[in-house]
Design a protein around this ligand. Structure first.
Ligand code: MGD
Ligand code: SF4
Length: 746
């Protein structure tokens, strides 16, 4: 009898639990030629394996070296399904992170007040770590360990996560959830009983129709996905792009639907209307697997294409034609769930509508739709159980966001700002690899939270804006100079890959694992980091999955066998989904139980005031968030952002291409710096568009300081998703300003 999806879920969790329960805290044998902790061993290899840290697609590659041991170039690993041997422009430019002369060079301790001005003195590692350990212990005694938090993005989260959990806090949050993909995880969990994770299991290479709703693959360069999309286009797949902006992928699409911002749910409902009422849905699939079809059918009756036209500005015949196109391709069709989906606060419901549409077309678990991903569990080097924290950030939320399956970075921020009715506020943050000033919306709130802290430690490679507010700044070496935990990824096959140092850490920087272990020792938590060298830890873990450090140094990436045999559902197979009803829930019982709409509802959003435009933002293929704009190689490709303005709007304002303007938002916030105008038909008349991550205010980022404007600064109106607490950022409007008051007076 074949295993069901439910079996698979049980088996995966059982095997992981079994391994951990059986593993005692132990110290295993140390491999022969171990190196001193924090240093690296023999670097005679002319190419060393790595996986990229420039974005979180984590392509595996090789670092090639010059004869003198310096780094020459980075190339992709042919055996890696995430990149198939080809890195994207950012990945190739990762080398610039290593050579950037603006890097943090040594530990720094604050000299003056918390003013963002980066006034520090240099300190030794010993002094800086002693200070942190002492302050953390004081905070624990005064407030409890649960009043501390880790905000993190990237590999270091493993080590600092273990540190803070060992200390007694469960507050570990990454912006990649509540500021990015959280709503889609909750929406897919509510519908199919499973989230999507990364890389998302979209079977793009075999799809016949890919629908991209505000997800600009190609600009948002997630390598393997983009390669698959290009192959699918070559094989004749249809692309339907729904975007107020003519994005790069819109230019490759059979249909571009330039939707009015904030109205996507209306379009999705009318597509359901067409697909159900014309009988284009997958009847057998829905009958066997779905719950709530009749309710959905009744519910969508008012949502005709004519109704949607009035809201979305997309013509009814285009809605009908695109619905037909999807149905013709089904089940090899993907309504792509997107990645950064925190837009208007009704985001879980919007992605729910996308999930339902996928279900109606029968694409979940089907070739060319969504495949069934497999992930392997690699046992972790043993450590004692973490203590149970007394409370966490949720206690400050008044019972909200119960459906959030991960911690919210914005929730930690909220729980840090004192209120009269809460006895434990968060008093200390460890911030690793996340530039919160440019990452969390509403900078005033982030600064309020920071000003309420008794301690903030920032671990970064660069003097990012966030380092300006830290009490202690710890310089991490770049990913090219360090060991890191194994990359363990889901996919058509699960894979593991190795990152090893290709060069000694520059300056006085150190790897994250070293910083965490040294801090742990000073905080009396050394037993949680019981390995002597990182190589020893990796080798122990690799041996649990029949590999070894020696093997991985040679191959870099290893495919493991699937735990669950089938990559797609078999025809007519019995499947129990991990939802309350055991079915794909078109009608969500989980959302209903929590008092939310069980089926997605369209609610109108605020229109821009007179003379203002929707602030739309996105990505460029050569940059990732704010982390790459100072990178010399990538700044060469793009060193500032521009604001896209429709010709009609440009005419009204008398704007010309290349003219520099300030942007001012609906709350009177004016961009710190001017931004150049690009007049283009590629954006609707009610919106402007800019690339996220520019407009840096820290002068120590010499290459990127003052270049372009920051979308983050202008995002002060946050539309919070009531279901999971995601911070919707697209409800802001901007207008143009030619000078600031201070300039007018001078
Ligand atoms: P960055 O701004 O790039 O992104 O949020 P973040 O991950 O905070 O900041 C990353 C920081 O990590 C930089 O300071 C960089 O120097 C540092 N860093 C890089 N490599 C390393 C390393 O190896 N070790 C350490 N310790 N530090 C390192 C991203 C988040 O932002 C996400 S996931 C999304 S999807 C959202 N996108 C988004 C948006 O599009 N617009 C706006 N306005 N806000 C957004 N916020 C969210
Ligand atoms: Fe690196 Fe590009 Fe892959 Fe992201 S997509 S991990 S930046 S090579």
């Amino acid at each position: 009898m074949s295993k069901t999806r439910r079996d698979f879920i049980k088996i995966s969790s059982l095997s992981a639990a079994g391994i951990f329960a059986g593993a005692k805290y132990l110290q295993s044998a140390i491999p022969g030629n171990a190196t001193k902790l924090g240093e690296i061993g023999n670097l005679n290899l002319n190419r060393t394996p790595t996986y990229c840290e420039v974005c979180f697609w984590k392509c595996a590659g090789w670092v090639h070296k010059n004869e003198d041991g310096t780094i020459k170039k980075i190339t992709g690993n042919d055996d890696d399904p995430n990149c198939n041997g080809r890195l994207c422009p950012r990945g190739t430019g990762g080398i610039g992170m290593y050579y950037d002369e603006d890097r943090l060079k040594t530990p720094l301790m604050r000299v003056t007040g918390k003013d963002g001005k980066q006034t520090y003195r240099e300190a030794s590692w010993d002094e800086a770590l002693d200070f942190i350990a002492k302050r953390m212990k004081e905070i624990k005694e005064k407030h409890g360990a649960e009043c501390t938090a880790l905000l993190t993005h990237g590999s270091g989260g493993h080590y600092f996560g273990s540190l803070i959990k060992a200390f007694g806090s469960g507050n570990v949050a990454a912006p990649s959830y509540a500021q990015c993909r959280g709503p889609r995880e909750v929406a897919f969990l509510a519908t199919f009983g499973e989230g999507l994770n990364s890389p998302e299991p979209t079977d793009i290479r075999d799809t016949r129709c890919l629908v991209l709703i505000g997800s600009h693959l190609g600009e948002n360069m997630h390598n393997g996905q983009v390669q698959e999309m290009s192959d699918a286009i070559d094989k004749g797949a249809t692309i339907i792009t729904v975007d107020p902006r003519f994005s790069t992928v819109a230019s490759k699409s059979k249909f571009w639907l330039p939707i009015k911002p904030a109205t996507d749910i209306a379009l999705l409902l009318s597509w359901m209307h067409e697909i159900i009422n014309n009988g284009w849905y997958d009847k057998k699939y829905i009958e066997k697997y779905a719950y709530g079809f009749e309710e959905l059918k009744d519910y969508i009756q008012p949502f005709t294409p004519e109704w949607a036209y009035g809201i979305t500005t997309i013509k009814p015949d285009q809605i009908r034609e695109t619905a037909r196109e999807m149905a013709n391709a089904a089940p090899a069709v993907i309504i792509h769930p997107g990645r950064h989906v925190t837009w208007y606060g009704d985001d879980t419901q919007r992605v729910r509508a996308m999930a339902i549409l996928n279900a109606l077309l029968g694409s979940w678990g089907r070739r060319g739709g969504f495949y069934i991903p497999d992930i392997t569990s690699v046992p972790k080097y043993p450590h004692p159980h973490f203590p149970e924290p007394a409370r966490d950030w949720r206690d400050a939320m008044g019972g909200k966001y119960k459906l959030a399956d991960l911690a919210l970075a914005s929730g930690v921020c909220d729980a840090t700002i004192p209120t009269p009715d809460l006895d434990c506020h968060i008093k200390a943050w460890i911030v690793n690899g996340t530039n919160l000033i440019m990452t969390l919306p509403d900078q005033r709130k982030t600064l309020d939270a920071i000003n309420s802290l008794e301690l903030m430690v920032v671990i970064d490679t660069m003097p990012a804006e966030i380092t300006g507010y830290a009490d202690v700044v710890l310089p991490e070496c770049t990913y090219l100079e360090r060991w890191d935990d194994l990359r363990i990824l889901q996919g058509r096959f699960p894979t593991i890959s190795l990152r090893m140092p290709a060069a000694q850490p520059k300056y006085n920087s150190k790897p994250g694992y070293w910083i965490a272990k040294e801090l742990a020792k000073k905080m009396g938590l050394g037993e949680y980091f019981a390995w002597n060298t990182f190589e020893e830890k990796l080798d122990w873990e690799l041996k649990q999955v029949n590999s070894s450090l020696e093997e991985m140094k040679k191959i870099g990436v290893k495919k493991l066998t699937r735990e669950y045999d089938d990559i797609y559902f078999n025809d007519g197979e019995d499947i129990e989904f991990n939802t309350n009803t055991g079915k794909i829930e078109l009608y969500s019982t989980a959302l209903e139980e929590e008092g939310f709409d069980p089926m997605p509802r369209y609610t109108p959003h605020q229109e821009p005031p007179e003379g203002f435009y929707h602030l739309n933002y996105g990505r460029a293929p050569m940059h990732t968030f704010s982390r790459t704009t100072n990178n010399p190689n990538l700044a060469d490709l793009m060193d500032e952002n521009v604001v896209w303005v429709n010709p009609k709007v440009a005419k009204e304002w008398g704007l010309e291409n290349g003219q520099e303007v300030y942007l001012e938002n609906q709350d009177g916030i004016i961009s710190d710096f001017k931004i150049k105008v690009r007049v283009t038909e590629r954006i609707r008349f009610d919106s402007v568009y800019m690339i996220h991550g520019f407009g840096h205010t820290n002068k120590k980022l010499t290459r990127t300081y003052g270049k372009g404007a920051s979308d983050s600064q202008l995002i002060t109106r946050v539309l919070t998703d009531p279901i999971m607490g995601g911070t919707g950022m697209r409800g802001n409007f901007v207008t143009f300003r030619f000078e600031k008051e201070s300039e007018a007076q001078s």
